[in-house]
Design a protein around this ligand. Structure first.
Ligand SMILES: Cc1ncc(COP(=O)(O)O)c(C=O)c1O
Length: 394
């Protein structure tokens, strides 16, 4: 066979890191295929099925052959349904024209960064934070700047930390509330101050509200209720258990609409049509009732897992208010969270995510637990971790 030269890979790829939790998941699947029982607390994917009314609407769309491109910013009816949901939840009037339906919130983040970031521009992010964000920034040849956050700032960026790091090369900052991996929520006054700071510095705040439906304490106010010149990202993935349907949305300031529309036309042509028809059923009362039962279940799981992890010796300084993650300090148990997650999986069949996935600020001292399994399964995970720790200490 004739040897061919390897294709030349773009230099930017050297900086784009793998999502290590996916490696853990792959290893967990190999062990399962060998007959091992694995407790999954690694991936950020709800265990609940997509609510029946959404599936039925999707099946009906397939039967009718609704399988064509839709307008690039999505079906008008869906954009109107999302706008109506902002009215219902937050009492705010967002014109449907400002809502762009996307291929997951991943598509929304890519569109926002594509429109806002020039090569060499900086984007401020929390560290720890959602790992894909820094790689999206690199994809558009920007420079992600991680800002260390910890218990003192509720694991979130603050107006003060943004002000300290915002320089002439900064184009934007991304805030996720509730956050992945910490589940913490930014209070409205703090969010407003951050939008104002970005505006004063001539940049933009991108607010990721993908976990907004999943808040267990207090109220998560949409950034859209606070300002018009903010980009807001959201998704059907988590609250409506639609991860595989690949559907999200971006709310865009009026004056940026044309730019986002152009990008959406070119990059995606349209978001997936069957998923959009299915999502039309998401805001119906019967679907919202199902989603609410899931939220209550997540809260019970959190209330079980946080004290159980503390009893095992993990540090959880704040009970997370939302999402389905616990970012736990493990310094009292190990000096190397990556080796810890690997050994825990191999020896005890419990899969969790290492801190290294979420940034460079003290990653060896942290691990992330997802409570996307029933309480019985979580209890089995806790039992196995207890046994694993006892064996190590003996
Ligand atoms: C904070 C955050 N933003 C965005 C996403 C991307 O989700 P999707 O593209 O499925 O909407 C995730 C997924 O885990 C996330 O945790």
């Amino acid at each position: 066979m004739r040897e061919t030269a390897a294709p030349r890979i773009a230099a930017r790829m050297a900086a784009i890191e793998p999502f290590r939790v996916m490696d853990i998941l792959a290893r967990a699947r190999v062990l399962e295929a060998q007959g091992r029982s694995i407790v999954h607390m690694e991936v950020g994917e709800p265990d609940f099925p997509t609510p029946r009314p959404i599936c039925d609407a999707g099946i009906a769309a397939l039967a009718k052959g609704e399988l064509h491109y839709t307008p690039a910013p999505g079906l008008t009816e869906l954009r109107e349904a999302i706008a109506a949901n902002y009215r219902r939840l937050h009492g705010i009037d967002i014109p449907a024209s400002r809502i762009v339906v996307t291929t997951g919130s991943s598509g929304a983040l890519l569109l926002a960064l594509g429109a806002l970031v020039d090569p060499g521009d900086r984007v401020l992010l929390s560290d720890p934070g959602y790992p894909c964000n820094r790689n999206f920034v690199r994809l558009v040849n920007g420079e992600p700047i991680g800002i260390a956050v910890g218990p003192d700032s509720h694991y979130q960026l603050t107006p003060e930390s943004l002000a300290r790091h915002w320089d002439s090369r900064t184009a934007a900052a991304i805030v996720a509330t509730p956050s992945n991996p910490t589940g913490t929520v930014v209070p409205p006054a703090q969010l407003r101050a951050m939008v104002e700071l970005a505006r004063e510095r001539g940049g933009t705040l991108i607010v990721d509200e993908i976990y907004h439906g999943l808040v267990y304490e207090g109220e998560a106010k949409s950034a859209l209720a606070l300002a018009e010149d903010v980009f807001v990202v959201n998704s059907f993935s988590k609250y409506f258990n639609m991860t595989g349907w690949r559907l999200g949305w971006l709310v865009v300031p009026e004056r940026c609409l044309r730019e986002i529309d152009k990008l959406a036309q070119n990059i995606f042509i349209s978001p997936p049509a069957p998923a959009q028809f299915a999502a039309l059923a998401a805001f119906r009362p019967e679907t919202l009732a199902i989603a609410e039962t899931h939220r209550m279940e997540f809260r019970e799981r959190r209330d079980f897992l946080v004290p159980a992890l503390r009893a095992l010796g993990f540090d959880v300084p704040h009970t997370p208010e939302g999402a389905f993650y616990i970012y736990a300090g493990c310094a009292r148990l190990t000096q190397d969270s990556f080796a810890f997650t690997r050994d825990l999986l191999e020896e005890s069949g419990v899969a969790i995510a290492p801190g290294i996935d979420f940034g460079t600020h003290r990653p060896r001292e942290h691990v992330r637990f997802s409570y996307t399994q029933s309480i019985d399964v979580l209890a089995e995970g806790v039992r196995r971790i207890g046994e694993f720790l006892r064996k190590r200490q003996s």
